[in-house]
Design a protein around this ligand. Structure first.
Ligand code: DWN
Length: 418
């Protein structure tokens, strides 16, 4: 099927266009199942000067493909706009760094047999994962965000990954024993080209190991805030397996991992068998309704119910004179803040450990982002935990605050106070 897919682009407007066919299977049998209105880009944090300027906003809605069950954004924003100047740094979240060290150790223990083996990471950001293994094998990062890669700790190509770049890398460095890509394969419009490029780069016995947020978690944990313009796809194993097999690759195994809510780690290659758990996981997805359009329509209704509950909670606390701040300025936080309409009337500021984010303002809601140091001198009554996906680590880290009576509000799947 590869190469036979004809994508008919809709009106290509400035910096974004509307999909009229499924980019994974080419079917025109796609339907909008959820609409979050027009929002600014989730990682487009503003400096002081930008506050006075008009902020670009883009439609944010989900389509469901009845043919391959893919869940995807209806409108695609130009990748250059999204990723060329990027505020997200992996190393700002310690739990994420530790998670990637674990993956790096698994890669070297299971797949790296010689210092000559070559490991490539697509979307390598600041090099956190590859820095763990760079002394044990040859490594190369690939990432388009020059403001992040300029300080990367490993050899990095500052560009988007494509089949053309894959061939260039293969000719220069040889085939890769492992290609890994984490929180990347939901961000790329022409996923077929990227997967074909991985196949081009991978050795015959190599492994393509990648992690993506799992659409099953979006529907259960209610993490609707993971929907933003960077995330063009909300993957299930069903859609990834269909795409990989259409390119002659096999899903060798899959793991469900507790990162970003719940993500799936897929192990694929040009050879090897499929572990029994692959079939079990596919059956689980069918039982959860991930291959049914109605599941996503019902999910949309759950978001509205939670929106009402959280706004009532915050309004009530403000009416009682409570001081509320935000904790963590994740991209997903901006989907929640914008769609729920939570701004300076409810939150005084947001703390975040990312140096690039401190001193900026959140897109659309214009909340000041400050260093967590502020919490050493100003004690709020309530903290809205926008980085809820690290709740365990954060609640432990902030146990002294909690001993002083500060309460945390977990916003999704249903607003609750802990
Ligand atoms: O796909 C993506 C996801 C997986 O990661 C990218 N589009 C960008 C990014 O999305 P995100 O910004 O929602 O990711 P995180 O890792 O959930 O962001 C956490 C934010 O919270 C960071 O800005 C760092 C901050 N943080 C903090 O202030 N204190 C994190 C921890 C753990 C903390 O203790």
């Amino acid at each position: 099927m590869a190469g036979s897919i004809k994508r008919i682009f809709g009106n290509r407007m400035e910096n974004f266009y509307q999909r009229v066919t499924c980019p994974l299977c080419g079917s025109a049998d796609i339907e909008t199942v959820l609409d979050l209105g027009e929002t600014p880009l989730a990682n487009a944090f503003l400096d002081e000067a930008a506050l006075e300027k008009e902020e670009p906003k883009f439609p944010l809605s989900l389509n469901f493909c009845r043919n391959c069950f893919s869940v995807q954004l209806r409108h695609v924003v130009n990748g250059e706009v999204l990723f060329k100047n990027y505020h997200y740094a992996t190393s700002a979240s310690r739990p994420l760094v530790e998670h990637f060290y674990g993956l790096a150790d698994e890669i070297t223990e299971k797949y790296v047999k010689s210092p000559e083996d070559f490991v490539v990471e697509i979307g390598s950001n600041d090099g956190a994962l590859l820095s763990r293994i760079k002394d044990r094998c040859r490594v190369l990062g690939i990432d388009p965000a020059s403001n992040i890669t300029e300080s990367a700790s490993v050899p990095t190509v500052t560009d988007f990954f494509t089949t053309a770049l894959a061939e260039e890398i293969r000719l220069k460095h040889g085939r890769a024993r492992v290609v890994t890509a984490n929180n990347v394969m939901a961000h790329i419009d022409d996923l077929r080209d990227v997967f074909a490029g991985v196949k081009e780069l991978l050795s015959d016995d190599g492994r393509f190991i990648f992690e993506v947020h799992w659409v099953g978690n979006l529907l259960t944990e209610g993490g609707f805030d993971q929907i933003y313009h960077e995330h063009l796809y909300y993957h299930s194993l069903h859609t990834l397996k269909t795409l990989l097999e259409s390119l002659g690759m096999t899903v060798n195994d899959i793991k469900l991992i507790p990162i970003h809510g719940e993500s799936i780690r897929v192990y694929a290659g040009k050879s090897g068998e499929s572990a029994p758990f692959v079939r079990e996981f596919l059956d689980r997805e069918v039982k959860m309704g991930l291959t049914q359009k109605s599941t996503y329509v019902n999910f949309s209704n759950k978001i509205e119910t939670n929106k009402k509950k959280l706004l009532e909670l915050l309004s009530g606390l403000k009416a009682d004179g409570k001081k509320i701040i935000g904790y963590g300025a994740p991209a997903k936080g901006n989907t929640l803040l914008n769609y729920f309409g939570i701004g300076p009337d409810m939150l005084d500021y947001i703390t975040d450990t990312t140096p690039q984010k401190q001193g900026t303002y959140t897109p659309g809601t214009h909340l000041p982002v400050v260093s967590p140091e502020k919490l050493k001198t100003e004690i709020p009554d309530y903290i809205l935990l926008l980085s809820w996906n690290y709740a365990g680590a954060i609640l432990e880290k902030e146990k002294e605050l909690r001993k002083k009576g500060v309460k945390f509000i977990i916003p999704v799947p249903e607003a609750c106070i802990v």
